[in-house]
Design a protein around this ligand. Structure first.
Ligand code: FE2
Length: 361
């Protein structure tokens, strides 16, 4: 464990990483592929997606299998990882760069963008993957490293906002500019590191606020239990109760994607010693619930960035986290309990005050 830097709002203490992963634009990659010194191409998508389209002369290593394939990859040659939209490729390139592949980069925008701008002959993903189904956007607050997620049904123009920040203005501007109706606001848990924004957003939109039935919040809200769902137009966010970081923690599942709040972060997981947390419950939430989902499930956490000692990216997969995440490397409940209870820096002074404020409104 290293010492947390001063002023860390949500002190996950892992060695700070700059999170920088070079990306290559589709047109630049197309140019390199026509030249004499082609980069090594690494397809990190799930195997089944290769039937749709692929780049020529590539090597397929699905992201979750990357740790086992590292030694067979060329360390001294430019390497470009690619996937569908670019998220998994960034995770792959970061992983490789951390392990002695200084020339690893990711294809910006993924194969879909490559097909659109650099190779119109390449079959594209069906429209359902690009917007006809629910759209997801990460709205990062760089000053705090908190991520708010926007989920919307583009046909019905209905949206849900998860874990909004205190300033509602950017969300209201987005809703108004693009003609979205806000159908719901949801908090994954009672936050202790930042002032939550549900109240201002609710006041401006009248969208109901959804919380776990275990939340002690004093303000009017609708409760969610395991197996229930929040509807978003024609789709829905399924509720998985994942207590541990806090007793009221929810993970929300949208198809093959989970919004994990602070239950599972990239490379780490949320502390359990800041309030009513429980490392035992967290172990069960991780092992008995989240890690039972398919390996290719996309993980979208509530915090990112060096402020928290976390990577800058906001997406990974369960398979990748299973084999790289420090918390998930603990090989028994006992080891996990030790990991979660020893060596953390003191609780920041503000946390109790922030929790109280977040429960009032
Ligand atoms: Fe938290």
């Amino acid at each position: 464990m290293i010492e947390a830097p001063d002023g860390l709002p949500h002190p996950f203490v892992r060695p700070p990483r700059d999170g920088f992963v070079p990306t290559i634009a589709p047109r630049d990659l197309a140019r390199l592929l026509r030249g004499a010194d082609r980069p090594y191409l690494l397809d990190v998508r799930p195997e089944a997606e290769r039937a749709r389209a692929r780049l020529p002369d590539d090597r397929a290593v699905p992201l979750e299998r990357l740790p086992r394939a590292v030694d067979a990859l060329p360390r001294s040659r430019p390497l470009v990882a690619y996937d569908h939209f670019g998220y998994r490729a960034i995770a792959a390139a970061e992983y490789l760069r951390d392990r002695g592949f200084p020339l690893a980069a990711a294809l910006e925008g993924g194969l879909d963008e490559y097909a659109r701008v650099a190779d119109p002959g390449l079959p594209r993903y069906p429209a359902v993957g690009r917007g006809a189904e629910l759209v997801v956007r990460s709205l990062l607050r760089p000053e705090t490293g908190c991520v708010t997620y926007f989920v919307g049904d583009p046909r019905e123009r209905e949206a849900v906002i998860l874990d909004p920040g205190r300033d509602a203005a950017p969300y209201l501007a987005l809703l108004a500019a693009e003609g979205w109706h806000l159908g719901a606001i949801a908090e994954t848990h009672t936050h202790a590191d930042h002032l939550a924004g549900h109240a201002a957003l609710h006041a401006a939109t009248e969208a109901p606020i959804y919380l776990s039935h275990r939340s002690p919040a004093a303000y009017p809200h609708r409760v969610l239990r395991e197996g229930e769902a929040i509807s978003v137009g024609s789709g829905e966010l399924e509720v998985l109760e994942t207590p541990g970081h806090t007793p009221d923690h929810l993970t929300l599942k949208l198809g093959g994607r989970i919004f994990t709040g602070d239950t599972l972060l990239l490379g780490s997981c949320g502390r359990t010693d800041l309030g009513e947390g429980s490392p035992d419950r967290l172990w069960e939430s991780l092992m008995d619930k989240l890690l039972r989902l398919p390996e290719e499930t996309e993980v979208r956490p509530a915090h990112v960035g060096t402020l928290h000692g976390l990577p800058a990216r906001s997406a990974s997969t369960l398979g990748f986290e299973r084999v790289t995440n420090e918390a998930l490397q603990q090989d028994s409940r006992e080891a996990f309990l030790r990991y979660m209870t020893e060596g953390w820096p003191p609780k920041p002074a503000d946390f109790d005050r922030i929790v109280r404020a977040n429960l009032e409104g």
